[in-house]
Design a protein around this ligand. Structure first.
Ligand SMILES: Nc1ncnc2c1ncn2[C@@H]1O[C@H](COP(=O)(O)OP(=O)(O)O)[C@@H](O)[C@H]1O
Ligand SMILES: [Mg+2]
Length: 396
């Protein structure tokens, strides 16, 4: 039974190159962005010039923002070390850090407050005090900080822009010695609208937009990556082209393209075929979609889940009927239903996530109404709700 598994020659040469965090040495089609960033930051290498401008980077997910910033910072740090210039470059992911407080905590850890000053009880501090403590420390040590806040939009969505305000203002108070340059990276193109005008203008002293990759660019990125990841001849060109085409349809997302490559390779390995082919890419696409839908449904709120179940039970799919079923389910579950208006918002959110589709249908003299349809197989929904004893009973 294990013979075939043991003898099957793995065609994966370096699995690590297919992981999410891997940053390749060569980032194709991003020379201009990398050069621009390097030029802005190079100020830090010339002592007399001082603080580089703050910078805001925008672009849809998977357009190479994080990869470019990491790669440029890596080079900058090495260069600085050679020149004996001390810089500190914390890279914080605000989405992973999950709260403004955690962001501050990670910055404090990175710059070494807790190593230096015994007994700084960061935990008991208010947000303002914690920020103050960090800034004091930077000033006292005359540190040169390039602070990257990746997925900065999720910080502002959750906690507003107070922390950013303090950081962008800090330099006025640190006239001598230390400074902070802030690099914000945002997946949302409308992020700036959420900022207080003062924060907006100082955070975006410079701006850079990352455009989506074209299908052919994705193809070349994948070809490069495949050379690192697979042994010779382990993937067909057709499979690579298909990954590129699918990811191209999803706003030119290189992450999606590489995810497809990784999952397709896993499926091909499991099937013991000698190479990755188109059919594995198609299966990978299905698997990724299923996994995503599954997670979204599993992590949905109670009312979102009840709305989903109501849609599965609805016959004609119009909002009124779905609302009636949803209200009845709420009653059964001993919960007050949300208003129909609120339910409609939930439905349009699920539409955006691709869990359902809504068509406007013309009903003659009765006017027009919305027809709501599930796009996720019932089995996925059942699977995602099976651990919830109450809700799983509602699905037939
Ligand atoms: N120009 C490129 N060349 C090679 N790989 C790239 C390129 N751009 C993005 N990638 C890869 O695609 C994935 C997503 O890129 P990432 O920088 O995380 O996107 P973003 O931060 O814009 O969402 C990463 O695995 C990254 O290595
Ligand atoms: Mg990113």
């Amino acid at each position: 039974m294990f013979d075939s598994a043991a003898t099957a020659k793995s065609f994966v040469k370096d699995r690590q190159t297919l992981t999410i965090d891997y940053v390749p040495d060569r980032l194709l089609f991003r020379d201009e962005e990398a050069r621009g960033l390097a030029e802005t930051l190079s100020t830090v290498l010339k002592k007399e010039l001082g603080r580089p401008s703050n910078l805001l980077l925008f672009g849809k997910p998977g357009t190479g923002k994080t990869a470019v910033v990491k790669s440029v910072l890596d080079r900058l740090t090495k260069k600085a070390a050679k020149l004996d210039i001390e810089i500190t470059v914390p890279v914080i992911n605000a989405k992973l850090a999950n709260s403004a407080y955690k962001v501050l905590y990670e910055i404090a850890e990175y710059i070494g407050i807790n190593r230096e000053e015994k007994k700084v009880h960061f935990t008991g501090l208010s947000m303002g005090e914690a920020t103050g403590r960090i800034l004091q420390f930077i000033q006292k040590k005359k540190m040169h900080i390039i602070l990257v806040i990746d997925e900065i939009d999720s910080l502002v969505d959750r906690n507003g822009d107070d922390v950013l305000y303090s950081f962008t203002r800090a330099n006025d108070r640190m006239a001598k010695g230390g400074f902070i340059t802030l690099i914000g990276i945002s997946n949302s193109l409308t992020f700036k609208d959420k900022l207080d005008p003062r924060v907006r203008s100082s955070l975006s002293e410079e701006e850079m937009v990352f455009n989506p990759y074209k299908v052919d660019q994705l193809r070349q990125i994948l070809l490069e990556r495949a050379k690192l990841a697979f042994n010779e001849g382990a993937i067909t060109d057709a499979a690579i082209n298909l990954c590129a085409a699918i990811a191209g349809r999803e706003h030119g997302d290189a992450r999606k393209a590489i995810d497809l490559l990784r999952v397709a390779a896993e499926l091909a390995e499991r099937a013991h075929t000698g190479k990755v082919e188109e059919k594995h890419v198609r299966a990978a696409q299905e698997k990724i979609e299923k996994d995503t839908n599954f997670e979204v449904i599993r992590n949905a709120t109670l009312h979102e889940k009840l709305v989903i179940i109501a849609i599965t039970k609805s016959k004609n799919g119009n909002t009124g009927e779905v609302y009636e079923i949803y209200s009845a389910l709420c009653k059964q579950a001993d919960h007050d239903p949300l208003t129909q208006r609120r339910m409609t918002q939930i439905i349009s959110m699920m539409d955006q996530l691709g869990l359902i589709s809504t068509d406007i249908v013309n009903q003659g003299r009765y006017g027009r109404s919305q027809k709501i349809k599930l796009t996720v197989p019932l089995a996925t929904i059942r699977d995602a709700l099976k651990d919830d004893s109450l809700l799983s009973e509602f699905i037939d």
